[in-house]
Write a protein that binds this ligand. Sequence first.
Ligand code: AMP
Ligand code: MG
Length: 415
Amino acid sequence: MTTFQTPRANDSLLPVEEAQRRVLEAVSLVEAEEVALADAHGRVLREDVRAPFDVPAADNTAMDGYAVRSEDVANAPVSLRVIEDLPAGRVAEKRLEPGTAIRIMTGAQIPDGADCVAQVEITDAGSEVVQVLKAVRRGANVRKRAEDMAEGDVVLASGTRIGAGEIGVLAGAQKTRVLVSRKPAVAILSTGDEIVDVGEERGAGKVVNSNAYSLAALVRESGGEPRMQGIVRDTREATVAAIESALDCDFVVSSGGVSVGAYDFVKAALDELGADTKFWRIAMKPGKPVVLSTLRGRMYFGLPGNPVSSMVSFLLFVAPSLRKAAGQAGDVLPPIVKARVAAAMRSTGERRTYHRVRVVAGAEGLTAHPMRAQGSGVSTSMVQANGLAILESGVTSVDAGTILDVVPFALPHAS
Ligand code: AMP
Ligand code: MG
């Protein structure tokens, strides 16, 4: 059972989808650079790659066996004279004449005159004379020339994110240098008088700067290059100076200082710098206040300070922007999958809530296991989490077994 309550007036809150649309509109493409093949993994391709030759270059055998003429073995069992032995990588010296066979190993080029391969399992494996025990169709066990790549065909389009499969295709096409997007550089600032860095003395009332590290990890996972710029004190001057010194990066991401507290200076500092700033209260939980600015051709994201809020708002707004800046083709927004929830979940129903879950793939599809605690300050609720289950505004509870939309942010693992 799913229970609802009429949400309070959320008129001034921006829907997530609208905020995402406005964020993506403000993104510009980074330049391209040439890298060595081995360094292209994870990057976005910026050129169409055409096959420089046919792959395979010639018809070849998919099996160990005997290259024969289908006509000769049509009335199997038959005996054929073996005239040559052909390992992979060598080309036959002889032409296959009627009544003969050439012993052939997987990958070797089909000799002239042959039109199929009798796999060794249907022969007596003879070396002078071979007995073929069954008929073989024309073309059987033959990999056709160019069946993988045909010379001149675009085998990888510009905008493709390069994973293991793409690296293999680039290597197969002998691309030693690849044109890809430069990794967008992302400055990371942590605002807050209460923040101390990892390894520093943690006095009373202090909070360790975990955000910079989790955000840097998310930047890397989204294809960017993080630049940790340290902790920014809660004064307008310090905030202005920190933002200015971060502007050699493509993106600036800060955490904290975007609420309406007396010590929240991000917005004021951006105003002073002449940025085009939009402050949004977004219809989501966690992560309501988010600042988006454009300043001297850079994009600035002011994320909320609570560790979970900053990560969730990063996943929904910053990660898609990094993918778009790198020129990734297609939809750069995180996908949404359906998953059955393993336990009941609650929400105030006030705003759309993103519950941290662990999505597990099983025989019945995807199951979402809610994390123990869901507070926006509970950083351990992100441990092992790989998805955000959506409870829409107005929904106050869902029972175990309910199917919900889930935003996966890491691949589900088998249980
Ligand atoms: P703020 O949005 O600046 O009011 O910050 C809200 C809360 O988030 C603070 O009280 C801290 O507990 C927490 N917080 C802010 N910055 C960080 C950070 N860099 N690392 C971990 N927690 C933080
Ligand atoms: Mg603060």
